[in-house]
Design a protein around this ligand. Structure first.
Ligand code: OSB
Ligand code: MG
Length: 368
């Protein structure tokens, strides 16, 4: 296929409730939606870079710059047949994985529409629905946290992740555990601890948590190895794993025992699949992370999570957990068994609502 022109939309969408993590709190969520045209088709991708460089150095502004000035010119009007070829055209740009991933997602959407296959089919998905959980942001108090968790449990979520940070860690987790003694529960620190102060987390080891996600800095595999030695609970890495090579090295040095796979962080679905395959061959459990995606990115995450190695519930909640109004005509809802259906129609399997896309757009860039 040849992508002949392309629109980049900087979106800002109001969240139903504030989402707070160790790196900040947001009430609106920004992203870039990529609309890619061939002669007769249109495909969509989502770049999950946020407004602020809190989770990653990438922001909406850097993603727009890298896409507009480097990545898009490198792929426009080129005959590209596979995601691997697309990656080769983008390889001259170091880093900027979220920008690359957005473009790759749009490519997959087009490819599926051309072939008449869903993304899950093209990737080798083995499930029609995937197990999901909910990621609960920091709340004003442990008591309020338990109330919020209760709300999600009543909606049917059977796995809960809570965000933690220094000073809001052990007590929060204990309170949730006290209220729900057999709820599959995990915590995510988003890099807020150091090897020194992470010893305060040792009491978490008695709570039967599924995992402790990204306690230490992104660029710190070795200290995660040292920390893992002190814990029975598996450490899961999110921010640290930005390439298949780092995934391999993290496993080789026992820096983690679980990996959170996010296509955005990894530079594309193809890299996510590579890590999935590595982990499957080593029997390392993986799950699909989320970044508050719109229906576009959510559809992609569901397809990815349908691969056989995704043995733990993903951070892929129902649309109504995030947004009053989405940009896709389709919204995703939670089944009674805490699963969400994998889209079955060609490509990502979602349709954009042009009015909604326009409504949430702050700036649009048309290329060429
Ligand atoms: O660390 O997993 C994370 C959201 C934005 C950035 C990073 C993370 C998250 C989440 C939310 O935890 C997951 C979701 O529900 O999409
Ligand atoms: Mg995380």
């Amino acid at each position: 296929m040849k992508i002949t022109h392309l629109n980049l939309y900087h979106l800002r969408m109001p969240l139903k409730s504030a989402f707070a993590t160790s790196f900040g709190s947001i009430t609106t969520r920004d992203c870039v939606v990529i609309e890619a045209f061939t002669d007769d088709m249109v495909g969509y991708g989502e770049c999950p870079a946020d407004r602020d460089p809190g989770y990653s150095y990438e922001t909406v502004s850097t993603a727009l710059h890298i896409l507009e000035d480097f990545l898009v010119p490198a792929v426009l009007d080129k005959e590209i047949k596979t995601a691997e070829q697309l990656q080769q055209h983008m390889a001259f740009t170091r880093g900027h994985n979220m920008a690359k991933a957005g473009l790759e997602m749009a490519f997959w959407d087009l490819l599926g529409k051309i072939r008449g296959q869903s993304l899950a089919q093209m990737l080798g998905g083995v499930r029609l629905k995937v197990e999901v959980g909910v990621s609960v942001g920091l709340q004003e108090s442990p008591r309020r946290l338990v109330e919020v968790v209760q709300g999600y449990v009543e909606q049917g979520y059977r796995r809960v992740k809570i965000k933690i940070k220094p000073g809001r860690d052990v007590e929060d987790a204990f309170e949730v555990r006290k209220a729900y003694d057999d709820l599959p529960l995990q915590v995510d620190a988003n890099s807020a601890f150091t090897l020194e102060n992470a010893t305060s987390l040792l009491p978490l080891d008695d709570l039967g948590l599924l995992m402790i996600e990204q306690p230490l800095a992104e660029d710190d595999l070795w200290d995660h190895h040292k920390l893992q030695k002190q814990f029975q609970t598996p450490i899961c890495l999110d921010e640290s794993i930005t390439s298949p090579r780092l995934a391999r090295q993290a496993l080789e040095m026992d820096a983690c025992r679980v990996i959170n796979i996010k296509a955005g962080r990894l530079g594309g679905i193809s890299q996510a699949v590579t890590i999935h395959n590595l982990c499957l061959s080593q029997e390392v459990p993986v799950w699909c992370g989320g970044m508050l995606e719109t229906g576009v990115g959510r559809a992609s995450n569901l397809a990815l999570a349908s691969l056989p190695g995704f043995s733990l519930p993903g951070d892929i909640s129902a649309t109504d957990r995030y947004y009053h109004k989405d940009i896709t005509r389709e919204s995703f809802s939670l089944n009674e068994d805490s699963t969400i259906d994998v889209p079955t129609r060609a490509g990502l399997g979602v349709n954009i609502e042009p009015e909604a896309l326009k409504h949430f757009t702050i700036t649009q860039i048309s290329l060429p």
